[in-house]
Unconditional design. Structure first.
Length: 262
Protein backbone atom coordinates (compact mmCIF):
# COMPACT_ATOMS: atom_id res chain seq x y z
CA UNK A 1 0.00 0.00 0.00
CA UNK A 2 1.33 3.40 -0.94
CA UNK A 3 1.11 7.12 -0.36
CA UNK A 4 2.63 8.82 -3.42
CA UNK A 5 3.75 12.44 -3.64
CA UNK A 6 3.24 14.41 -6.87
CA UNK A 7 5.60 17.35 -7.49
CA UNK A 8 9.12 16.06 -8.00
CA UNK A 9 7.92 12.47 -7.69
CA UNK A 10 5.22 11.91 -10.32
CA UNK A 11 5.67 15.17 -12.27
CA UNK A 12 8.68 17.34 -13.00
CA UNK A 13 9.30 20.55 -11.08
CA UNK A 14 10.59 22.05 -14.34
CA UNK A 15 7.68 21.64 -16.75
CA UNK A 16 5.06 19.63 -14.82
CA UNK A 17 5.40 16.70 -17.24
CA UNK A 18 5.34 13.08 -16.02
CA UNK A 19 8.66 11.84 -14.64
CA UNK A 20 9.87 8.63 -16.25
CA UNK A 21 8.19 5.58 -14.80
CA UNK A 22 5.52 7.55 -12.94
CA UNK A 23 2.54 6.78 -15.19
CA UNK A 24 3.68 3.17 -15.48
CA UNK A 25 3.95 2.87 -11.69
CA UNK A 26 0.37 4.07 -11.17
CA UNK A 27 -0.81 1.77 -13.97
CA UNK A 28 0.94 -1.14 -12.27
CA UNK A 29 -0.81 -0.43 -8.97
CA UNK A 30 -4.14 -0.24 -10.79
CA UNK A 31 -3.55 -3.54 -12.58
CA UNK A 32 -2.60 -5.33 -9.36
CA UNK A 33 -5.41 -3.62 -7.39
CA UNK A 34 -2.87 -2.38 -4.87
CA UNK A 35 -4.37 0.29 -2.58
CA UNK A 36 -2.73 3.72 -2.86
CA UNK A 37 -3.32 7.43 -2.39
CA UNK A 38 -1.88 10.27 -4.45
CA UNK A 39 -1.11 12.91 -1.83
CA UNK A 40 0.14 16.35 -2.81
CA UNK A 41 0.78 19.70 -1.17
CA UNK A 42 -0.78 21.47 -4.16
CA UNK A 43 -2.21 24.85 -3.21
CA UNK A 44 -1.90 26.72 -6.51
CA UNK A 45 -5.02 25.24 -8.08
CA UNK A 46 -8.44 24.15 -6.91
CA UNK A 47 -8.25 20.47 -5.97
CA UNK A 48 -10.40 19.19 -8.83
CA UNK A 49 -8.51 21.38 -11.33
CA UNK A 50 -5.13 19.94 -10.33
CA UNK A 51 -6.53 16.42 -10.33
CA UNK A 52 -7.93 16.99 -13.84
CA UNK A 53 -4.51 18.23 -14.95
CA UNK A 54 -2.89 14.99 -13.76
CA UNK A 55 -5.49 12.98 -15.67
CA UNK A 56 -4.93 15.12 -18.79
CA UNK A 57 -1.22 14.23 -18.91
CA UNK A 58 -1.78 10.50 -18.71
CA UNK A 59 -2.37 9.43 -15.11
CA UNK A 60 -5.34 7.16 -14.44
CA UNK A 61 -6.92 7.12 -11.00
CA UNK A 62 -10.19 8.17 -9.38
CA UNK A 63 -10.58 11.47 -7.51
CA UNK A 64 -11.23 9.41 -4.38
CA UNK A 65 -7.55 8.37 -4.59
CA UNK A 66 -6.41 12.02 -4.36
CA UNK A 67 -5.83 14.35 -1.41
CA UNK A 68 -4.40 17.87 -1.07
CA UNK A 69 -4.44 20.49 1.74
CA UNK A 70 -7.16 22.62 0.13
CA UNK A 71 -9.56 19.72 0.67
CA UNK A 72 -8.96 19.98 4.45
CA UNK A 73 -8.72 23.76 4.73
CA UNK A 74 -12.30 24.43 5.82
CA UNK A 75 -12.06 21.88 8.62
CA UNK A 76 -8.87 23.53 9.93
CA UNK A 77 -9.42 27.27 9.33
CA UNK A 78 -12.83 28.87 9.76
CA UNK A 79 -14.18 30.96 6.90
CA UNK A 80 -13.30 34.27 8.45
CA UNK A 81 -10.59 36.87 7.90
CA UNK A 82 -7.15 35.59 6.87
CA UNK A 83 -3.93 37.30 5.90
CA UNK A 84 -2.89 34.86 3.20
CA UNK A 85 0.56 34.75 1.60
CA UNK A 86 1.25 32.69 -1.49
CA UNK A 87 0.87 32.61 -5.24
CA UNK A 88 -1.91 34.71 -6.79
CA UNK A 89 -3.71 31.53 -7.86
CA UNK A 90 -3.80 30.40 -4.22
CA UNK A 91 -5.31 33.71 -3.11
CA UNK A 92 -7.92 33.40 -5.86
CA UNK A 93 -8.87 29.90 -4.66
CA UNK A 94 -9.31 31.22 -1.11
CA UNK A 95 -11.65 34.00 -2.22
CA UNK A 96 -13.65 31.53 -4.32
CA UNK A 97 -14.00 29.35 -1.21
CA UNK A 98 -15.43 32.27 0.77
CA UNK A 99 -12.43 33.41 2.82
CA UNK A 100 -12.00 37.16 3.42
CA UNK A 101 -8.50 38.53 2.83
CA UNK A 102 -7.57 41.00 5.58
CA UNK A 103 -4.04 42.29 6.16
CA UNK A 104 -4.90 44.62 9.06
CA UNK A 105 -6.68 42.54 11.70
CA UNK A 106 -6.98 38.91 10.53
CA UNK A 107 -7.82 35.93 12.69
CA UNK A 108 -5.18 33.83 10.92
CA UNK A 109 -1.93 34.31 9.04
CA UNK A 110 -2.02 31.62 6.36
CA UNK A 111 1.20 30.68 4.56
CA UNK A 112 1.54 28.86 1.23
CA UNK A 113 4.17 28.52 -1.50
CA UNK A 114 5.67 31.65 -3.01
CA UNK A 115 9.11 32.08 -4.52
CA UNK A 116 9.36 35.84 -4.07
CA UNK A 117 8.51 36.62 -0.44
CA UNK A 118 9.92 40.06 0.36
CA UNK A 119 11.19 41.65 3.58
CA UNK A 120 8.12 43.88 3.90
CA UNK A 121 5.84 40.81 3.79
CA UNK A 122 7.83 39.17 6.58
CA UNK A 123 7.57 42.40 8.58
CA UNK A 124 3.81 42.46 8.06
CA UNK A 125 3.45 38.81 9.11
CA UNK A 126 5.50 39.45 12.26
CA UNK A 127 3.36 42.44 13.27
CA UNK A 128 0.14 40.47 12.75
CA UNK A 129 1.39 37.52 14.79
CA UNK A 130 2.60 39.76 17.61
CA UNK A 131 -0.85 41.36 17.62
CA UNK A 132 -2.52 38.00 18.24
CA UNK A 133 -3.22 36.37 14.86
CA UNK A 134 -2.72 32.60 14.74
CA UNK A 135 -0.22 31.05 12.33
CA UNK A 136 -1.15 28.23 9.94
CA UNK A 137 0.86 26.65 7.12
CA UNK A 138 -0.84 24.99 4.19
CA UNK A 139 1.93 22.41 4.50
CA UNK A 140 5.48 22.14 5.83
CA UNK A 141 7.58 21.59 2.71
CA UNK A 142 11.30 22.07 3.28
CA UNK A 143 12.26 23.41 -0.17
CA UNK A 144 10.29 24.86 -3.07
CA UNK A 145 11.69 24.41 -6.59
CA UNK A 146 10.92 26.63 -9.58
CA UNK A 147 12.92 27.46 -12.71
CA UNK A 148 15.73 25.21 -11.47
CA UNK A 149 16.12 27.32 -8.33
CA UNK A 150 15.51 26.18 -4.79
CA UNK A 151 13.67 28.49 -2.42
CA UNK A 152 12.77 28.12 1.27
CA UNK A 153 9.60 26.06 1.52
CA UNK A 154 6.58 26.82 3.66
CA UNK A 155 8.13 24.85 6.52
CA UNK A 156 11.20 27.09 6.48
CA UNK A 157 9.01 30.23 6.53
CA UNK A 158 6.98 28.86 9.44
CA UNK A 159 10.16 28.17 11.41
CA UNK A 160 11.40 31.71 10.69
CA UNK A 161 8.16 33.24 11.98
CA UNK A 162 8.08 30.93 14.99
CA UNK A 163 11.60 31.98 15.94
CA UNK A 164 10.90 35.68 15.33
CA UNK A 165 7.65 35.87 17.29
CA UNK A 166 7.46 32.87 19.60
CA UNK A 167 4.20 31.87 17.90
CA UNK A 168 3.44 28.21 17.50
CA UNK A 169 1.81 27.08 14.26
CA UNK A 170 -0.48 24.45 12.81
CA UNK A 171 0.03 22.59 9.52
CA UNK A 172 -2.77 21.41 7.24
CA UNK A 173 -0.96 19.34 4.59
CA UNK A 174 2.06 17.05 4.70
CA UNK A 175 3.60 16.07 7.04
CA UNK A 176 0.89 16.81 9.59
CA UNK A 177 -0.63 13.86 11.41
CA UNK A 178 -4.12 15.14 10.53
CA UNK A 179 -3.33 15.05 6.81
CA UNK A 180 -1.84 11.57 6.99
CA UNK A 181 -4.83 10.42 9.08
CA UNK A 182 -7.22 11.64 6.39
CA UNK A 183 -5.17 9.93 3.68
CA UNK A 184 -5.26 6.70 5.71
CA UNK A 185 -9.03 6.96 6.13
CA UNK A 186 -9.45 7.41 2.36
CA UNK A 187 -7.12 4.48 1.71
CA UNK A 188 -9.23 2.30 4.00
CA UNK A 189 -12.22 3.10 1.77
CA UNK A 190 -10.48 1.04 -0.92
CA UNK A 191 -11.63 -2.15 0.81
CA UNK A 192 -8.51 -2.55 2.90
CA UNK A 193 -7.79 -2.52 6.63
CA UNK A 194 -4.65 -0.40 6.43
CA UNK A 195 -2.46 0.85 9.24
CA UNK A 196 0.43 3.29 8.90
CA UNK A 197 2.85 0.39 9.34
CA UNK A 198 1.40 -1.20 6.18
CA UNK A 199 2.13 1.88 4.05
CA UNK A 200 5.19 2.94 2.08
CA UNK A 201 5.32 6.63 1.23
CA UNK A 202 7.26 7.81 -1.85
CA UNK A 203 8.43 11.43 -2.04
CA UNK A 204 11.23 13.74 -3.16
CA UNK A 205 11.12 15.61 0.19
CA UNK A 206 13.15 13.55 2.64
CA UNK A 207 12.78 16.15 5.39
CA UNK A 208 9.37 17.72 4.82
CA UNK A 209 7.37 14.58 3.91
CA UNK A 210 9.27 11.46 4.82
CA UNK A 211 10.59 12.32 8.28
CA UNK A 212 7.08 13.00 9.58
CA UNK A 213 5.77 9.85 7.92
CA UNK A 214 8.51 7.73 9.44
CA UNK A 215 7.75 9.08 12.91
CA UNK A 216 4.26 7.54 12.71
CA UNK A 217 5.44 4.18 11.42
CA UNK A 218 5.44 4.33 7.62
CA UNK A 219 8.17 2.91 5.43
CA UNK A 220 9.82 5.64 3.35
CA UNK A 221 11.16 5.81 -0.21
CA UNK A 222 13.14 8.89 -1.22
CA UNK A 223 13.47 9.79 -4.92
CA UNK A 224 16.07 12.29 -6.16
CA UNK A 225 13.98 13.40 -9.14
CA UNK A 226 12.80 16.62 -7.50
CA UNK A 227 14.09 18.89 -4.74
CA UNK A 228 17.46 17.25 -4.28
CA UNK A 229 19.98 16.39 -6.98
CA UNK A 230 21.61 13.65 -4.91
CA UNK A 231 20.78 11.88 -1.67
CA UNK A 232 24.05 13.16 -0.17
CA UNK A 233 22.63 16.71 -0.16
CA UNK A 234 20.13 15.90 2.58
CA UNK A 235 20.19 12.33 3.93
CA UNK A 236 23.42 12.63 6.01
CA UNK A 237 21.95 15.74 7.66
CA UNK A 238 18.89 13.89 8.96
CA UNK A 239 18.75 12.14 12.31
CA UNK A 240 19.65 8.47 11.67
CA UNK A 241 16.24 7.23 12.78
CA UNK A 242 14.52 9.54 10.26
CA UNK A 243 16.58 8.66 7.21
CA UNK A 244 14.67 7.04 4.32
CA UNK A 245 14.45 3.26 4.15
CA UNK A 246 15.04 3.25 0.37
CA UNK A 247 16.64 5.73 -2.04
CA UNK A 248 15.98 5.76 -5.79
CA UNK A 249 16.64 8.08 -8.70
CA UNK A 250 13.01 8.10 -9.83
CA UNK A 251 9.86 6.01 -10.20
CA UNK A 252 11.38 4.12 -13.13
CA UNK A 253 14.19 2.83 -10.93
CA UNK A 254 11.65 1.70 -8.32
CA UNK A 255 9.88 -0.35 -11.00
CA UNK A 256 13.13 -1.83 -12.29
CA UNK A 257 14.56 -2.79 -8.91
CA UNK A 258 11.19 -4.02 -7.62
CA UNK A 259 12.30 -4.15 -3.98
CA UNK A 260 8.78 -3.15 -3.10
CA UNK A 261 6.02 -5.62 -2.44
CA UNK A 262 3.03 -5.17 -4.74
Amino acid sequence: MYFIDVQGTLISDVDKSPIQGSIEFIDMLNETQTPYMVITNNTKSASKDFYNYLISIGFTFEFSFYLDPIMLLESCVKKTTVAAYGANDFLKVLVEMGYILDYKNPKTVLISIKEDFCADEYAQMIDLLLNGSSLVGMHETSIYVKNDKRYPGVGAVLKLLEFATGSGYDVIGKPSRAFYNEALKMLQNQNCNAKFSDITIISDDAKGDLSGAKEIGMKTMFVTSGKYKTASEIVPLLDPELRPDYIYADMQEIIEKRELKI
